[in-house]
Design a protein around this ligand. Sequence first.
Ligand code: ARG
Length: 441
Amino acid sequence: MKLWGGRFKGQLSKDMESFNNSINIDIRLLPYDIEASIAYAAGLMKAGVISQEEFNLMKKALEKIKNMEIKDIPDVEDVHTLVEKLLVEEIGDLGKKLHTGRSRNDQVATDERLYLRKEIEEIIELLENLIDTLNMLAKVNKNTIMPGYTHLQRAQPVTFSHHLLAYQEMFKRDTSRLKDLKKRVNVLVLGSGALAGTTYNIDRKYIASLLGFNDVSLNSMDAVSDRDFIIEFLSAASLIMMHLSRFSEEIVLWTTQEFNFIELSDEYSTGSSIMPQKKNPDAAELIRGKTGRIYGNLMSLLTVMKSLPLTYNKDMQEDKEPLFDSIDTLKICLKVFTGMIKSMHIKKEKMESAVKYGYLNATDLADYLVKKEIPFRSAHEIVGNIVSYAIEKNTTLEDLEIDEFRIFCNKIDEDVYEYLNIKNILKSRKTIGAAKWEDEK
Ligand code: ARG
């Protein structure tokens, strides 16, 4: 069955037919196509196109189709064709009335909006789970001291909790981005027809209320032809994956013998087929790797949409694979990532001992000199010299004798050791958002 054909005399070539068909991909939209169809049928009834009795029959049949188990996907063009075909099989000619004033152009955009709206809700839930997990880990590590890095060089002492909560901030913004873009997804485009609206008196606001859409699109040509709501989602998905990927990279680093800050649970690591001793952070690596496809999906749809004249063009059928793939990938990545960090073993002592080497208290020594009324730039120079001296002596700043400090600056007193103490450093940070020591309550 085809939804068109009247004006054609010849047959579609076999290659063209399978090239044109999207059913294997868009079958995923089936429940949404039905939901939207029921609401549209109600709109047709309100407009006087079908009777109450006809509506009841249509609705019943559509609900039946929704619950059908479709084992072998029939060889039809797309999901909209399939629903109409099944409907006609159920209720005969009455089924052919459903498409009055409707086009697959407003239909497909409606289905996608319904689908994406639901998926966004699920993704927000997964993000909230991750945020809660980070909260829990941050609580138990609020005073676990670790090196903070810039250029991947040990820089200043921070707490592991502060490091974790940095990612939490990113995921909070990701969540708010999704909540915000959901508003633009949650708009009814049905009733726009092929591109110009319809002469039937379809109450679009009524259909919107039935489908739980908050707004009604105001320009039929825009409604059927833009996919910015999908691109916006793909872009938000890319940011989430970027955050997951950076975090994954750190997990990979931390599991190395070189860092040795954490050990992943057996549930989230795998072995080597040849090297019996290996325990690999595959989960983190896969998430890092899959970020590439999520970026690719964004690029893919941006490129599909570029240069398309108004309104609908068949190019836009290519919007679904990137969307579906990004949703599937993002969801599994969020689940696996959360499970992975929830079950990892944190080697607090290793993190803390890493702070001892690398002169992470050098900035604080400079700040100490500032307190002794030395301008910061000069203090920086003096401390640079002291660090260089300590490196040569193969020792730490806090292990230098007071007389050694005084070679470089005679304003340094015994109180310097307090200022070099890592815990005191964390305690003395003052600014909002700083990595601070939290007193036990
Ligand atoms: N399968 C099509 C798509 O996904 C549905 C819309 C078809 N519209 C049309 N005018 N041929 O884009």
